[in-house]
Design a protein around this ligand. Sequence first.
Ligand SMILES: [Zn+2]
Length: 342
Amino acid sequence: MYGYRIDQWGAEPTWQPLPDPVVGPGEVLIDVEACGVGLTVLNCINGDLSNDPARLPRVPGHELVGRVIDGGPGTDTLVGRRVVAYFYLTCGACAMCTAGRDSLCERLGGWVGVHTDGGYAPRVVIPAHNAIPVPDDLDPLSATVVPDAVATPLHVSARAGIGPDDRVAVLGAGGGVGIHMVQVGLSTGAAVAGLDIVEAKLTQIERLGATAVDSNDLTNLDASTLFADGRPSVVVDLLGSVEATRWGLDSLEPGGRMVALTTFRDRLVQIESREFVFGEISMIGSRYATRAEVAEAGRLVAAGDITPVIGVVRGPGDVLEIHEELRSGTVVGRGALDWSKT
Ligand SMILES: [Zn+2]
């Protein structure tokens, strides 16, 4: 088979002949139908999660969707099912895993697409534990938003306790996670303002029923103008810049919650203890999603409660074009690699 493989962290994957993957105990072989492409896969390729040369060569692509065609002993119930991949290689046995807090696994073995191969090849083997079934009538392309772009906002919503009384401001609302965060927020009954700097993304935010806000001049953006009845009670920060974090903390209403999702290094924001005290502000970290949230994301997308927003779809020969478009910041929502386009 042919697929994309990384031979050096930080270099683009190249299209090359690959050995057929062999399924072992506790694993499943997947016929890959599609794979989501977003900024995180670029981070993986860049070596941001691990740049260990011993992990090379590696097929990237953690947001894979496909049908299980074979499995080791004990995986019978998965064979024949359409599944999406859970991104984290969790142990399944530690206190956090047992409590259903999978993304906090104490014995994390790495990530799909970094420590084990992903969906940039037509066939892949992953641990059976990482194969999460989705409703069979959910088409593969739509399912690419399930394992990260929709599941991650569900986790944010749970972490921050977002509900009908909330006013939620989303920073970076036009990207893959952002555009689905807007929808998850709206689905709880909250009022949502989506902030972005690209016209086409603002149009899409508006179309989904949220207030679209041009944030090109974020520092001077007055948060009291976003909603008719008050300042944001929740700010979801998908940008992670010093400017964005500072804006969020300054913009919350008393008792507000700031949710951080990015993992950049060296972006220090000064805050005094008294700021938290006087405003009773909460700063909440939200790390990926649980396995249950990935399954729930599949049900929500299949039921039409969340609309997949996939701004660019390319066949296997053209995946590097998606990378370029993502880097230029023009992709509305997620990108997707469609293996049926071969
Ligand atoms: Zn664990």
